[in-house]
Design a protein around this ligand. Structure first.
Ligand SMILES: [Zn+2]
Length: 581
């Protein structure tokens, strides 16, 4: 199987190809780009702006996950601000990969028209769609005229009047879609007029033509990158069904200067085992996963600095040839060197931002760890899908901390951010949760931590075990130790506990401080004042007996101490009395 071709789980295959077959026959009626699938509308909880618009205008019932991801990226990036900048060394999540610049890998007929026609309904400016062949353009024009979208066509051999009429329609907002081929856009006058129209989005169909034809008989394709820049359009989507890495790399280079984001149509990949690990000390959890799970692996981090920190931690354990980092802030040579190292590596670990991926076709990645959850579950699935391209059984591990949990609690109900937390806190099968959210399809789970636990009759512990260990220690020793003492003792205890696993002392005082801080934040423990200055105690619901407040281990120590002193004092007094008498 071609490593880049979308993998469709066997159970959904019939359904999938039926969809495609239907999509190729007609368009814009239920069951064209979309399967006529029955579902309970109340059960189907996710309905965003894009889905609603597509439902209303095209009569479809739902959008596929990759369609939603592509549409969300288009709508997000054409929103006013470009989020691609750096604050205090913290690079934003996109890490130079502009999500508005996408290469979308879809099999022909999988419903790509909806990916640019749905945003066309919602964007402020018109959408420019480029086709390589006049026949395709004419076909699209006919379909759109049958639907509710009005479009104009620019092609060779048009009269001045025809073009003026086109511009009139665009300027008055009557035409939301402009169809053109690259050749007609070589005309400076047209480009100049189009620029004034404020184009919001450019979609390039059959983008592999850039690579296949641009270098030979259609040089106009090679100027598309320049045209995009001249039109000053931030949001560009290139669609292709050809998946070979050199073609993708060439398309990325010509159209996007190498900064595009790749979206593939793989929703459920049956060979991925999903797992969520609850950990307060994330770095230790990553190290543990890196030791346990099969390599080569990628650790996805949310910022450039975190990739470097993680790589440092891993090199300290595995050696410098086994772990490296990758992000968009590196020079081209550095990136190439790391890409090559990882591509050839049999047991390497790469700590990367989402900048890693384009054009890389490493088939033997066995594990994808997410140190930080991506903003959206669609991105999570795309990134987890970097593993197991050859169909081997692979693992996807999401590390989830109290901080993530707090962020999730604050996220708005039904927002895309909320879903990632719902996934992490899911009490039902991870895969079932994902598919429910994405398509409402029924899948048979091929492996996740929750299903494993159900099979083995164990219970999933949703609490982070490090935090639980620390919390129990404080609970056993209420008011006995100050914060600093607790940090020291716990560091030793954790190292003792984990020495068998890590073979060395990996816990440091600052890890423990981090855990305690999170325990404070989650209001599980508290620092006392007054007589118990700086001593730690758990935040109990209510003390069961009044004397429990005073009778802690330390107060008993103090009582012993007082009694001993008292006896000592009595003895001295006795001696004194004898002396006097
Ligand atoms: Zn499952």
């Amino acid at each position: 199987m071609d490593a880049f071709s979308p993998s469709i789980p066997a159970a959904n295959e019939k359904f999938f190809w039926e969809t495609i077959y239907m999509a190729e026959k007609e368009i814009f009626i239920e069951g064209e780009d979309f399967p006529a699938q029955s579902f309970d509308e109340e059960e189907f909880f996710y309905c965003d702006e894009a889905t609603l618009a597509a439902q209303k205008s095209f009569g479809i019932k739902f959008l596929f996950p990759w369609q939603r991801l592509v549409i969300a990226n288009i709508l997000d990036s054409s929103g006013a601000e470009n989020k691609d900048f750096e604050i205090d060394g913290q690079i934003n999540e996109n890490d130079g990969v502009c999500r508005g610049k996408q290469i979308v890998l879809l099999p022909t007929g999988a419903g790509k028209s909806l990916c640019f026609l749905t945003p066309a309904l919602l964007l402020d400016g018109p959408t420019l769609v480029m086709y390589p062949l006049l026949a395709l353009m004419a076909d699209q024009q006919r379909r759109m005229q049958e639907g509710s979208l009005s479009c104009v066509v620019f092609k060779g051999g048009q009269t001045q009047e025809e073009r003026e009429e086109n511009f009139r329609k665009i300027e008055c907002g009557q035409a939301r879609v402009i169809l053109a081929n690259p050749e007609v856009l070589q005309n400076e006058k047209i480009i100049c007029r189009l620029k004034k129209c404020g184009i919001a989005h450019i979609a390039i169909d059959e983008a592999h033509c850039v690579s296949e034809w641009g270098d030979s008989f259609r040089p106009a394709y090679l100027t598309l990158g320049k045209i995009i820049k001249e039109l000053e359009v931030k949001t560009v989507t290139a669609f292709t069904a050809t998946a070979s890495p050199p073609v993708l790399a060439r398309v990325n280079e010509v159209l996007f200067d190498g900064n595009a984001h790749l979206v593939q149509s793989s929703a459920d990949r049956a060979n991925i085992h999903y797992e969520v690990r609850y950990a307060y000390a994330k770095k230790k959890a990553v190290l543990k996963a890196c030791i346990e799970l099969k390599k080569p692996m990628i650790v996805f981090c949310s910022s450039r600095r975190k990739t470097e920190d993680t790589a440092r931690l891993l090199t300290a354990y595995f050696g410098s040839e086994k772990a490296k980092f990758y992000h968009a802030g590196m020079t081209k040579e550095e990136k190439l060197a790391v890409e090559k190292w990882f591509f050839d590596s049999e047991d390497g670990i790469l700590a990367a931002t989402c900048a890693y991926g384009m054009g890389m076709d490493k088939g033997n990645i066995y594990t994808v760890v997410h140190l930080d959850a991506p903003e959206h579950i669609e991105n999570f699935i795309q990134e987890a899908g970097r593993a197991g391209r050859k169909g081997d059984d692979v693992n996807s591990v999401l590390i989830w901390s109290h901080k993530d949990q707090a962020k999730w609690r604050q996220a708005q109900k039904n927002s895309r951010e909320k879903v990632m937390g719902d996934f992490a806190n899911s009490r039902i099968c991870r895969r079932e949760f994902m598919m429910n959210y994405l398509t409402g399809e029924q899948v048979i789970c091929s492996g996740c931590d929750i299903c494993d636990a159900q099979k083995s009759g164990k219970k999933i512990d949703y609490r982070a075990d490090d935090a639980e260990f620390a919390f129990k220690f404080i609970k056993r020793n209420r008011r006995l130790f100050t914060k600093d003492e607790t940090v020291n003792i716990l560091t030793q205890k954790f190292n003792l506990r984990d020495r068998d696993f890590f073979k060395e002392n990996v816990w440091e005082a600052r890890d423990m401080q981090e855990i305690l801080t999170q325990l404070f934040d989650s209001k599980k423990i508290k620092k006392l004042g007054g007589f118990w200055e700086n001593h730690l105690d758990i935040k109990a619901e209510k003390p069961r007996f009044l004397f429990r407040r005073f009778l802690t281990a330390k107060s008993i120590h103090r009582l012993y101490f007082l009694r001993r002193n008292f006896r000592h004092f009595q003895k001295k007094l006795e001696e004194l009395r004898q002396l006097l008498s």
